[in-house]
Design a binder for this molecule. Structure first.
Ligand SMILES: Cc1ncc(COP(=O)(O)O)c(C=O)c1O
Length: 433
């Protein structure tokens, strides 16, 4: 079996071999924390729609980036951001109309009980706050996450992000469960996952932590993308909520229409999260994120701790967020995610039938995972080879999963049928080459 891979190591430039020029300049500036994609890093200069333009003139079809979700440099997002920053940008301690206008538009997309939203600057901050709210609201500390979860980079959130750990294991108050796929649970994914979560709750309770939360990325992206069967989260969520724990849906990856069937990934499973966190696509590149919770839960936290976020919820972020919601609606992007996602899935199925190296296909809308295998086992080396071959064909794509052998497809939601066909063509050549 392959080695377990750390999320940031996947498709990363290997600095240990030494380098020169612009890459060395970057390493000198960022030091050990520097992460660059590809063995030969790419210098980018501009991007539009689903395309990125490199300094050497190469155009790349972007199948990696879940941030510029309505399309790179979308003019209907760029314009309101520019206008707002030219007019006023300040913190949430003043009343500024666009902030409340945005929060109301966002809340119209959320389950009604989650009527308080704190805006932050990153998904990590949103998850950090969500955990602290869960601790305060439940009086418990125990948290359950999936085995290859990634929820962000603060000290607290790193503790619940096993895929970021290079050494050691999560702390005593964290329990991990295998991702909800057939490899771990066979044919009964819902039942198996609920059973694993129930056993994890028992271990947390036995160690005196109790159950504060089940924290899941509802498309399980770093675990390798798990979407089916719809509803598989329900039994696990019910067990946690019955025990007094909260369900935190991390929508940083699947939120904002990407999964096609719903605006949020959790809708696919018919669950009612107690807290929803969001980020990445929320501002189409403008850094913003948020946490939505029930007022009573937020009150429990605020009774213990003051919370203020200098940049969170600033008027420019609100203008960006509002523009993103408008563009998703006006351009029918959620529907497009479902339609083009189905085209991609169909094409992948055809390719998989003719290739021994393509394993399971999973996902929803424009969030798909493709296992690459050799003799039925995950093949991370082949995955890297395919990623490089795709790059040579002008397509950017990344990997995920416990062994780094799942291709993660996450193009902008504005992807059209011709671009999807172009991807499929490049993929077919890469896996047969
Ligand atoms: C599921 C999930 N949650 C949270 C985060 C953290 O978001 P950010 O990088 O904005 O802090 C990420 C980032 O990749 C993520 O994938």
């Amino acid at each position: 079996m392959s080695d377990i891979r750390q999320i940031l190591d996947m498709n990363a430039f290997d600095a240990s071999k030494g380098t020169t020029g612009k890459v060395q300049r970057r390493l000198d500036n960022l030091g050990a924390a520097s992460v660059l994609f590809y063995r030969q890093p790419i210098e980018m200069i501009s991007a539009q729609g689903a395309w990125m333009q490199a300094a050497d003139g190469t155009r790349y079809l972007d199948f990696y980036n879940n941030v510029p979700s309505v399309g790179h440099s979308h003019p209907e997002v760029v314009r309101p951001i520019s206008e707002q920053i030219a007019r006023l940008n300040t913190n949430t301690r003043y009343l500024v109309g666009v902030v409340d206008e945005y929060l109301e538009a966002l809340k119209a997309r959320l389950p009604e009980p989650l009527s308080n939203v704190m805006l932050t600057c990153s998904g990590s901050e949103a998850n950090d706050l969500a955990l602290r709210v869960a601790f305060a609201a439940t009086g418990a500390r125990g948290v359950i996450v999936t085995q290859t979860a990634y929820h962000g980079n603060t000290a607290l959130v790193t503790d619940v992000s096993p895929s970021a750990m290079k050494r050691g294991a999560p702390p005593d108050w964290v329990e991990t469960v295998p991702a909800p796929g057939s490899a771990a649970y066979g044919d009964d994914i819902a039942g198996g996952f609920a059973q694993a979560v129930t056993e994890a709750m028992a271990r947390l309770t036995a160690r005196g932590h109790g159950v504060a939360a089940l924290l899941v990325d509802s498309i399980f992206s770093s675990d390798g993308v798990f979407a089916d069967p719809p509803g598989f989260l329900r039994a696990a969520a019910k067990a946690v909520q019955a025990a007094g724990g909260l369900l935190i849906a991390d929508e940083v990856q699947p939120g904002f229409g990407r999964t096609g069937g719903g605006f949020w990934g959790f809708e696919r499973h018919g669950v009612a999260p107690d807290i929803v966190t969001m980020g990445k696509p929320m501002g189409n590149g403008f850094p913003m994120a948020g946490m939505a919770a029930r007022p009573a839960h937020l009150q429990s936290f605020c009774a213990e701790t003051g919370y203020f976020n200098t940049f969170g919820g600033n008027p420019v972020a609100a203008a960006a967020g509002l523009a993103v919601l408008r563009v998703i609606e006006a351009e029918g992007l959620q529907h497009n995610a479902a339609r083009i996602g189905a085209q991609l899935m169909q094409g992948l199925q055809t390719i998989a039938k003719g290739s021994e190296r393509v394993g399971q296909l999973r996902g929803a809308g424009l969030f798909l995972g493709v296992d690459l295998i050799r003799d039925g086992a995950p093949d991370p080396a082949f995955t890297t080879q395919v990623i490089d071959a795709m790059r040579a064909s002008g397509v950017l794509i990344g990997a995920a999963g416990r062994y780094g052998a799942t291709l993660k497809l996450r193009p902008p939601l504005c992807l059209d049928a011709a671009e999807a066909a172009q991807f499929l063509d490049a993929f077919e050549r890469a896996v047969s080459g």
